[in-house]
Write a protein that binds this ligand. Structure first.
Ligand code: FMN
Length: 200
């Protein structure tokens, strides 16, 4: 493999594809949303979910003020919404009326969730850290919304027969996650079936 050292300049996209979240923020009566690929779950107990937002974003100021957000996960047929909120600014337009984005009330916070989301978290910011040119907002997940058939009842993982999650490849490229060759490889499989270890 070739070694690069000018990481930022050569495109810092090696960790893609990523399931993007649409982060919704509300401050007073104003609503805004942005696409967010830089997010991460951090803890089960308490459930913590963090988003890295640049101070350049209109939504950044709103999030600082309100201290809450919702993180919404969309299917491939809604990539238009992800791209729209991810490439326009609340500085210039009201994205919700411009793109006719429908919301549903949250149960624990004032910020709504997106109607089209197959899953959404209601988050209250418990800490924030400046991480280089972004700020990591750590949210405690106070409530979870999920579409009835989106997750397998037993395993709790996304049921790809029912939903096609949107995936972001970087630089405005998207794809849908379809199941092909889905396989479960647990500890018991590793111990009993050497065929799953192909990394030689
Ligand atoms: C797929 C995608 C993922 C993005 N991920 C992030 C992110 O993780 N953090 C961030 O600050 N901006 C991210 N952006 C950029 C913002 O969504 C974009 O700047 C948006 O226009 C900000 O809107 P606002 O000014 O109304 O807040 C992403 C954009 C796209 C298209």
């Amino acid at each position: 493999m070739k070694v690069e050292k000018d990481i930022g300049k050569s495109g810092f996209y090696h960790y893609y594809p990523v399931v993007p979240a649409v982060v919704v923020v509300k401050s007073g009566d104003e609503l805004d949303a942005l696409a967010c690929a830089w997010h991460i779950a951090l803890s089960f107990d308490p459930p913590l979910f963090a988003v890295a937002i640049s101070p350049d974003r209109h939504s950044f100021k709103m999030l600082k003020k309100s201290g809450e957000f919702t993180a919404n996960f969309l299917t491939f047929d809604n990539i238009g919404i992800i791209a729209a909120v991810g490439r326009t600014s609340g500085d210039e337009i009201d994205k919700f009326s411009t793109y006719k984005i429908k919301t549903l009330p949250a149960s624990e916070i004032a910020t709504p969730v997106l109607k089209v989301a197959y899953a959404a978290y209601e988050c209250k910011v418990v800490k924030s850290y400046k991480t280089g040119d972004h700020v990591l907002f750590i949210g405690e997940v106070l409530a979870v919304h999920q579409r009835g058939n989106a997750f397998d009842k037993k395993s709790k993982i996304p049921d790809l027969k029912s939903v096609t999650p949107a995936l972001y490849l970087g630089v405005d490229h998207y794809l849908g996650i379809k199941s092909f060759g889905e396989v479960k490889v647990g500890k018991e499989d590793i111990l009993t079936d050497k065929k799953v270890l192909k990394n030689k």
